[in-house]
Design a protein around this ligand. Structure first.
Ligand SMILES: [Zn+2]
Length: 630
């Protein structure tokens, strides 16, 4: 971050600074400040004098050139926006209706270029570019027509020359520059290589650059949908494997685009949203490993930075693989992003001066040696308290004991030595009174809640077994294909053939079903299993709710699930039942159901048709030992 507030500088001071950093960035190829800081300087200058000539200059990478190319259509740079509000303002000014179609594309952080008639040229100042055709042998084209050597493409292409991030990680871990050193990042490498007078050393090392056609990755939306879909655009575009510093939005209708024309330096029909509005640089200070169900999850602690008015001290690192991929070390300079409500995370990193490994070898809870099961890092000690807690917490949620959260479960484990669902089912109300924080009423309530979960649909039992890869959704899929009592004898091949499982997980599941046999017997001895209600076509019966009801939606969904229905949130023609608080209402769900001939049930009738969980809370759940034929 800048050590001063650019707003305190005079116009002349700002201009001198910007000119200096322009040279460092564009000519020397060794920027001294981050893009964010550079943008802060230009914004401060814009505020003082929007017409300053420095702001109009379209900067271009200096490339070793063979000559000049004059562009028939000027390649102008885009006006910039730093927040969704600024984007909406731009769109709102020119869109003719809510249905105006807008294209969303990546803003690549490379060298913009034009390929036409066998000549490759840079943007230059927008009107005259440099001929860089001698670099063509290094360049692969990615366009709507597919991937090919650029030299084979016959049609004109406008795009950006970049090094793909995956190429940079693999190819460029061995490619050295003229001084025998590795490139620091893909942008430096691309600019460095494009600046070479002689590319023979690069050809020898099999260096590869990519020209990405601007039209290759393009998402279509409308002015009316833009705000709602914003977050999903950001995520989709960021997942692409190119260096990017923002997204480009432009009107799809060419007639509109052209009619809007351009200012001296920007077309009006397009705008670039810069990630710098949501990104910031910081330093990685430490990594904390928190416990998850099956693994340890790394969280970064960084020097505090402010993005969008919020101070950020922690950022998600996802998993071990991500740390290895990014070669993250404590002391590295990291780029943190926070967009909308998403948890801040680390987008990229550059090596710091002093680097310390952030990996751990032993479990922070039980000190057992950790196991790398990429992408995750795992503690496989069955007695590890924290790992056990996370697994039990997940089992508790999946079996439907909704109000038992982590803090209380932790206390139950500590005080009452609870380790499994059967342990929980065997507790009495008076047991809870021995636990800190419980009084007569709260003990009774938790006891009832736990007991009510003893009558439970088959898929919830399967999902609560903590078998890796089997959550509620996969559990339903499996039980649609096979009855519960066949699970234990299922082969890896049978499991692998089920949609969404595949050979590797099938094999692992087979083993886990066998190893978990004893635990499953114990669980089955505590519960009454409800099998899925089957519709005519063998599918399970689906149910959906609409209208204002006295209890929370989740309450009714739970009742329905216990009666063997599968609760869903949308009405389709395939829906079995729609339950309405008021069947005479005109909600969109009711309208759809009437149109598609879906059965509509008043709430009272639905309640009468299912027996509430209270009725089945007796502790006399039948023992089901014979279920597996043992
Ligand atoms: Zn452990």
């Amino acid at each position: 971050m800048l050590s001063f507030d650019p707003k305190t500088l005079t116009e002349l001071q700002l201009a001198e600074l910007i000119a200096y950093h322009d040279r460092k960035y564009w000519e020397d190829n060794s920027p001294e400040i981050s893009d964010d800081d550079y943008d802060a300087l230009t914004r401060a200058l814009t505020a003082l004098n929007p017409a300053h000539p420095l702001l109009r200059k379209v900067s271009a990478v200096t490339v070793a050139s063979e000559g000049k190319v004059i562009h028939d259509n000027p390649m102008l740079s885009l006006d910039k926006a730093y927040s969704l509000e600024e984007v909406m303002e731009w769109a709102g000014k020119f869109a003719r209706s809510k249905d105006e179609v807008i294209l969303v594309q990546p803003k690549y952080d490379g060298i913009s270029a034009l390929w036409e008639n066998g000549v490759l040229s840079t943007r230059g100042d927008g009107y005259t570019g440099e001929d860089i055709s001698d670099k063509v042998p290094l360049i692969e084209l990615e366009s709507v027509a597919g991937i090919m050597p650029l030299s084979e493409c016959k049609s004109p292409i406008r795009g950006e020359i970049v090094i793909r991030e995956d190429d940079f990680r693999t190819l460029y871990s061995k490619i050295r520059n003229r001084n025998g050193q590795l490139y620091k990042n893909s942008r430096n490498a691309a600019a460095g290589i494009m600046g070479l007078k002689d590319i023979s050393l690069m050809l020898l090392q099999k260096a590869k650059l990519t020209l990405v056609d601007y039209n290759l990755h393009s998402i279509q939306t409308t002015y009316g949908q833009l705000r709602e879909e914003w977050q999903s655009f950001l995520e989709k575009i960021e997942a692409l494997p190119y260096p990017m510093d923002g997204i480009v939005l432009k009107f799809s209708d060419q007639t509109l685009y052209e009619s809007l024309g351009a200012t001296a330096h920007h077309p009006r029909g397009a705008i670039a949203f810069k990630f710098s509005g949501i990104r910031c640089q910081s330093v990685l200070r430490s990594v904390e490993w928190s416990f998850g169900k099956n693994c340890l999850t790394p969280v970064a602690e960084i020097d505090p930075v402010e993005i969008g008015g919020v101070t950020i001290r922690h950022a998600s690192l996802h998993n071990l693989q991500n740390i290895l991929d990014k070669d993250l070390h404590i002391g590295d300079i990291v780029t943190v992003e926070r967009a909308g409500d998403v948890i801040p995370y680390i987008v990229s990193a550059e090596p710091g001066e002093k680097r310390v490994s952030c990996l751990i070898e032993n479990c922070p809870c039980c000190n057992a040696p950790l196991v790398r099961e990429l992408p995750e890092l795992r503690c496989i000690n069955p007695d590890c308290f924290e790992t056990r807690l996370r697994m039990l917490l997940s089992a508790v949620k999946n079996i439907g004991i909704e109000r038992l959260g982590e803090p209380v479960l932790r206390r139950l484990m500590k005080t009452l030595n609870v380790r499994s669902l059967p342990d929980l089912f065997r507790l009495t109300a008076s047991d809870f009174l021995r636990v800190e924080g419980f009084a007569a009423l709260s003990a009774e309530n938790l006891y009832r809640e736990i007991q009510s979960a003893r009558t439970v649909p088959d898929w919830q039992i399967l999902a609560s077994m903590n078998i890796k890869g089997i959550g509620p959704n996969i559990a339903k899929v499996i039980l649609k294909a096979y009855p519960f009592h066949e699970l234990r004898t299922m082969t890896a091949e049978q499991l692998a053939a089920i949609d969404g499982i595949g050979p590797e997980r099938g094999k692992a599941m087979e083993t886990e079903f066998r190893n978990g046999a004893e635990a499953l017997d114990e669980l089955l001895s505590c519960v009454t299993m409800l099998e899925q209600q089957q519709g005519n076509n063998g599918e399970s019966k689906t149910i959906c709710f609409t209208g204002k009801m006295p209890e929370k939606r989740s309450y009714y969904e739970k009742l329905a699930a216990k009666a063997g229905y599968e609760p869903v949130s949308t009405v389709t023609a395939a829906l079995s039942v729609l339950v309405a608080a008021d069947v005479n209402e005109n909600s969109s769900k009711l309208q759809k159901a009437r149109k598609s001939g879906v059965q509509i049930l008043p709430l009272e009738e639905f309640l009468a048709s299912v027996s509430g969980p209270e009725v089945q809370t007796s502790s006399s759940a039948p023992v089901q030992e014979d279920l597996f034929g043992f």
